[in-house]
Design a protein. Structure first.
Length: 221
């Protein structure tokens, strides 16, 4: 049941975006955990720590969601201008524009000549209706909501020990351990979407995130 819900959330957000938000959430939270454990930050009580970490992760998760949705709308408008030839450009220029816009997609791994053929085919097709565009924007909105949900979910293993353990310093240590385990699990699970070895991806994601969080602790986050 839980894994089915996770799979649906991954599909709703997109594997790359889901992974990005999970890493952002854990890294930001771990910066505060590390800084507090080392003594760079001091709190009068654990509640202040919880409020600070929650506020940071939720704030940046919300910012990411808003920016993601806004940029998605901008992309949609730009694609309409290119395919609809609103700027009255010649076909060669439009193909070049479209190839640039599709950079970072599966199109990149194709031969450049094949890329041009596909882009020319796209330019010859009819633009979808306004109703279909509205549906696309709803999908973008759900993906943006997914960004926020992933960010908030990273708080669970970070804050749970603080709520359950009376010794704050011990709770911070357990938070670090749980975050490491979760990061490995995230890499292990997401490997099937990336197409890489599960153990290799798990260790890479966990190691990379912990190193970034540690370095950021000393450089000001």
């Amino acid at each position: 049941m839980f894994m089915r819900a996770v799979s649906k959330l991954v599909v709703m957000t997109g594997p790359s975006m889901a992974l990005q938000e999970i890493l952002y959430g854990f890294i930001m939270a771990l910066i505060f955990v590390n800084a507090t454990a080392i003594g760079f930050l001091h709190y009068d009580n654990p509640t202040d720590f919880v409020l600070m970490v929650t506020g940071m992760v939720v704030t940046w998760g919300t910012i990411d969601a808003i920016v993601f949705y806004y940029l998605g709308i901008c992309d949609q408008k730009r694609y309409i201008r290119i395919i609809g030839n609103a700027d009255k450009n010649d076909d060669e220029t439009r193909v070049e524009y479209l190839m640039d816009e599709l950079s970072g997609t599966p199109l990149d791994v194709l031969n450049p000549d094949e890329q041009k053929v596909i882009c020319k085919t796209i330019l010859d097709n009819e633009i979808e209706s306004e109703e279909e565009m509205r549906n696309d924007r709803k999908v973008m909105a759900m993906s943006s909501l997914g960004c926020l949900i992933w960010s908030v979910m990273t708080l669970i293993p970070i804050l749970l020990p603080v709520f359950l353990m009376s010794n704050f310093n011990h709770a911070l240590f357990v938070s670090q351990i749980l975050a490491t385990i979760c990061l490995f699990g995230v890499g292990f699970y997401m490997a099937k979407y990336i197409g890489t070895n599960r153990y290799y991806t798990g260790f890479t994601i966990a190691g990379m995130s912990l190193i970034i969080a540690l370095v950021s602790t000393f450089t000001g986050g």
